[in-house]
Design a protein around this ligand. Structure first.
Ligand code: UDP
Length: 339
């Protein structure tokens, strides 16, 4: 079996590549390295069965060639991260909508099954006011702020995928990823847990946006990848949408305290107004936790690691990353050829 992963050099894509290679599958990672990076897949480059193709999902010809050469497709390529999409709404819409259409068209032409990665953002605002978890059949409620252009583009991806399934018989599975963390995730795009870990370890203030009462649940990337692969291998999942994440809730303020405690850090916890963090007009989601009954029913599995284990692992890899960064900074000071 040869699989194509669009966004294969991204955070989740690179872990998916690793897991599929470990199962004996061949993997081709297609990525334009916009938010993904070669660093994420360097360790896979020499592995038999792995190939990297530098290319964009915006390039219909590149997509067609890659899909034709594969037996199945995991479509994870997208413009990601709330901060990035808030700053570049046009690029976000174009990449997510046109790129996905290229992938679906190619899969249809060549008769390939496709997993479409979506996001909990599509639920939009928390219409339950913190009284319940998001279910796949919930209404989608978005507002007029530009933040919702990301959710809109991914919701359109989902509807396109479902339409290709219903109308044209394309085998698709759609997964809505909730907050996922793990090695190689960049804190640069605003992801809260790696940011808190880095701030705590560096002794800098831990920045809680707003009053910190907003609720999230965090899942470990290895668990998320396992759920993804199992869904793809489950024929009954075709044409359906699934939440993929953890259902252990935590407020962002509590998260800050737990990270500080687990790192034994003396960092102060500071509150930063949303306006200062994201610019004017930003609307946060106050409660975002998935209902996982459907995922469990279809694949007999939901993410396993509890929050304390996840924080522990994130702290460990952040510590390693900071040590490597400090090492290369020291090397660049010692090496006169480097500026
Ligand atoms: N957040 C925070 N401090 C940070 C980064 C994020 O308090 O330094 C908050 C953010 O406003 C949101 C939550 O943490 O309420 C999760 O943010 P993230 O960007 O990780 O994911 P989201 O769930 O918003 O997609």
């Amino acid at each position: 079996m040869k699989v194509l992963i669009t966004g294969g050099a991204g955070f989740i894509g690179s872990h998916l590549a690793e897991a599929l290679l470990a199962c004996g599958q061949e993997v081709v990672a297609l990525d334009d390295l916009s938010t993904g990076s070669l660093q994420n897949i360097l360790h896979l480059m020499r592995r038999p069965g792995f190939a990297f193709v530098l290319g964009s999902i915006m390039d219909a010809t590149a997509v067609d060639q890659a899909v034709r050469a594969a037996d199945a497709v995991y479509h994870l390529g997208a413009a990601v991260g709330v901060r990035l999409v808030f700053e570049q709404p046009v690029r976000t819409m174009e990449t997510n909508v046109r790129g996905t259409q290229h992938v679906l068209d190619a899969c249809l032409r060549h008769g390939r099954k496709v997993f479409v990665a979506s996001t909990s953002e599509v639920y939009g605002k928390d219409v339950r006011n913190g009284t319940g978890r998001f279910r796949e059949d919930d209404d989608i409620t978005i507002g007029p702020s530009m933040r919702w252009c990301y959710a809109t583009s991914k919701a359109l991806d989902e509807f396109m995928a479902r339409a290709y399934a219903a109308d044209k018989g394309l085998p698709v599975v759609i997964g809505r990823y909730f907050n996922t963390v793990g090695p190689r995730q960049s804190p640069a795009y605003g992801m809260v847990l790696p940011r808190f870990a880095e701030q705590a370890l560096a002794g800098r203030p831990i920045t809680v946006y707003g009053d910190g009462r907003q609720v999230r649940s965090f899942s470990w990337v290895g668990d998320v990848v396992e759920a993804t692969v199992r869904l793809m291998e489950t024929p009954a999942a075709e044409g359906q949408v699934f939440n993929i994440g953890s259902d252990e809730p935590v407020t962002v303020r509590e998260l800050a305290h737990r990270v500080r405690a687990q790192t034994a850090s003396a960092s102060p916890i500071v509150h930063v107004p949303y306006e200062e963090a994201y610019g004017p007009g930003f609307e946060d989601i106050l409660y975002r936790v998935p209902e996982l009954t459907k995922l469990r029913a279809f694949v007999g599995f939901t993410p396993r690691l509890c929050l304390d284990e996840i924080i522990d692992r994130v702290v460990t890899y952040t510590r390693e990353r900071l040590a490597v960064g400090a090492g290369s900074a020291a090397a660049s000071i010692r090496d006169p050829r480097r500026t």
